[in-house]
Design a protein around this ligand. Structure first.
Ligand SMILES: Cc1cc2nc3c(=O)[nH]c(=O)nc-3n(C[C@H](O)[C@H](O)[C@H](O)COP(=O)(O)OP(=O)(O)OC[C@H]3O[C@@H](n4cnc5c(N)ncnc54)[C@H](O)[C@@H]3O)c2cc1C
Length: 400
C-alpha cells in the first residue's frame, strides 16, 4: 500500500513551491483563508481545499466580529472592506430577566454577513494568488520526517511541507493529531436566530442588547435597514429537534420568552424563518499538532459554539500560527509555540462563555432563583473578561 502511494505522489510541488514550501490547508472558511493569507505573506505556498462543491453555498446569517478579530483583519488590510459590509455594534448592553441593566461592554464590534466576510477573504486570496479548490475531500495523511503525504478522494497523493486542518467542528484532520479525541457531543443547547421588523423598533442605535431571560439568553440589534437581527440560546432535548418546522420553533420560543422583557417575544413572533443550530462541545485535545500536521480554528477548539468570539478566535489562530512558522525553522518548535500561546487563550474564552453558565437557565424554580441572585456578579466578571478579550492584540509587523 505504502509503495503505491509513493508511486502516485504528485511531485510537481518540487519545482512549484515557494521559498518555504507548500502548505496544504483543508477547509476554505475563515480559519483556512486567513491562515493562507498570512502564510503567503510569510513566503509559503498555501493551497486550500474544501469538500463543498459550490463555493457560493455558504450558510447565511450574521456573525459578530469583535475588536481583536477586526484588528487581525486590519493587519491583512481587509478591515475597511469588511466594515463597509457590516453593522457596527458600538456597545453591548446586558440586561437581567426584568430588563434591568446589569452592565455594558464598550468596543467597536461588527455584525457582518457570513457570506460577505468570506467573500472579502476569498477575493483577497485570489489577489494573493492562493489556489482554492472546491469539491475535494480530504481523507487521510501521513506525516514523514521531511514532508507530509496528503490523500484526497479520487486524487493522487500529494506531498507537502505542512498540512493544516482548518476543517471545522467535525474535523477529519483532528483524528490524525489526537487519535483518542472524542467526537463532539451535543451540549443540550440550541442556538436560534432570525430577522424581524417591528413598528417602533426601527432606529439603529449601534447597541447590541443581551438579555439573560427566564429560560435562555436573547441577543438583538436593530440594523440600519430597520430589520432586527436576533440570536438566542435555550435548552433543547436533542440535536435533531432543529429539523422541526420553523413555525414549531417560533411557537416554542415565543412561549419560552413570554416572561422576558419587551420586545423579545414580539420579535420571535414577527420572524418568518428561524434558523436553528445545535451547539456541540468540542473535545479538549492533548495537543493541536503532530509531526507536520496542525489544527487551526474550530477544528482545534470549540470557542465559536458558545460565544460570539469564534470568528475572531479563528483569525487570531491564523496570525499566531503563521507568525510562529516564519520565526522558527523547526516545524515542531513552530507548532509548539503556536499551541503554547493559543491553547490557554482558547480555554479562557471558552471558559468565559461556558463557565458563566449564562447561555441557558435551569428549568426548576430553585435553580432559577440561584441564577437570578448570582447573575449581577457573574455578569460583572464576564464584562471585565470580555473587555480583556477585546483588548488582545497580536503584532505581525514587529517580526523579522
Ligand atoms: C449558529 C452559529 C452561530 C455562530 N455565530 C457566531 C458569531 O456570531 N460570531 C463568531 O465569531 N462565530 C460564530 N459562530 C462560530 C463560527 O461560525 C465558527 O467559529 C467558524 O465558522 C469556524 O471557522 P473554521 O474556518 O474554523 O471552520 P468552519 O467554518 O467549520 O469551516 C470548515 C470548512 O472545512 C471544510 N471541510 C470539512 N471537512 C473537510 C474534508 N474532509 N475535506 C475538505 N474540506 C472539509 C468544510 O466544508 C468547511 O468549509 C457561530 C457558529 C454557529 C454554528
Amino acid at each position: 500500500m505504502a509503495a503505491s502511494w509513493e508511486l502516485c505522489v504528485d511531485f510537481t510541488f518540487c519545482y512549484r513551491v515557494g521559498v518555504r514550501g507548500r502548505v496544504i490547508i483543508v477547509g476554505c472558511d475563515v480559519a483556512g483563508l486567513a491562515v493562507a493569507l498570512f502564510l503567503k505573506r510569510a513566503g509559503y505556498e498555501p493551497i486550500v481545499y474544501d469538500r463543498g462543491r459550490d463555493p457560493r453555498q455558504v450558510p447565511a446569517g450574521l456573525v459578530a466580529l469583535t475588536p481583536n478579530g477586526l484588528e487581525v483583519l486590519r493587519t491583512l488590510g481587509l478591515a475597511a472592506a469588511v466594515r463597509v459590509l457590516g453593522q457596527a455594534s458600538r456597545r453591548i448592553v446586558l440586561h437581567g430577566q426584568s430588563g434591568e441593566r446589569l452592565g455594558e461592554v464598550a468596543g467597536d464590534s461588527l455584525l457582518v454577513g457570513r457570506r460577505d466576510l468570506l467573500g472579502v477573504l476569498r477575493s483577497a486570496a485570489c489577489r494573493a494568488d492562493v489556489p482554492m479548490e472546491f469539491g475535494v475531500s480530504f481523507t487521510g495523511a501521513e506525516s514523514r520526517h521531511h514532508d507530509v503525504l496528503v490523500h484526497f478522494a479520487g486524487r493522487p497523493v500529494t506531498a507537502a511541507h505542512l498540512l493544516l486542518g482548518c476543517d471545522g467542528r467535525w474535523s477529519d484532520v483532528r483524528a490524525l493529531v489526537d487519535r483518542d479525541a472524542a467526537p463532539p457531543r451535543f451540549s443540550g443547547v440550541m442556538g436560534c436566530s432570525g430577522f424581524a421588523r417591528l413598528p417602533g423598533l426601527d432606529h439603529a442605535d449601534g447597541q447590541l442588547h443581551v438579555t439573560f431571560g427566564q429560560y435562555g439568553c436573547f441577543v438583538y440589534q436593530v440594523l440600519t435597514n430597520g430589520d432586527v437581527f436576533w440570536y438566542q440560546t435555550a435548552a433543547a432535548p436533542d440535536p435533531d429537534s432543529r429539523h422541526r418546522p420553523s413555525a414549531v420553533w417560533r411557537a416554542r420560543l415565543a412561549e419560552l420568552h413570554a416572561g422576558d422583557p419587551a420586545p423579545i417575544a414580539d420579535l420571535v413572533r414577527a420572524t418568518e424563518w428561524i434558523d436553528r443550530n445545535a451547539i456541540y462541545t468540542t473535545p479538549s485535545l492533548r495537543s493541536w499538532h503532530r509531526g507536520r500536521i496542525c489544527l487551526v480554528g474550530f477544528a482545534a477548539h470549540g470557542t465559536g459554539e458558545y460565544s460570539a468570539h469564534g470568528v475572531s478566535m479563528e483569525l487570531e489562530d491564523a496570525i499566531t500560527l503563521a507568525d510562529s512558522l516564519r520565526r522558527n525553522d523547526s516545524v515542531p518548535e513552530a507548532f509548539s509555540g503556536y499551541h503554547r500561546i493559543r491553547h490557554p487563550r482558547a480555554g479562557r474564552v471558552l471558559g468565559q462563555a461556558v463557565g458563566a453558565g449564562l447561555a441557558i437557565a435551569p428549568l426548576d424554580q430553585l435553580g432559577q432563583l440561584v441564577r437570578r441572585i448570582r447573575l449581577p456578579a457573574v455578569v460583572g466578571a464576564a464584562v471585565a473578561e470580555t473587555a480583556r478579550t477585546y483588548r488582545h492584540r497580536i503584532s505581525w509587523d514587529a517580526c523579522p
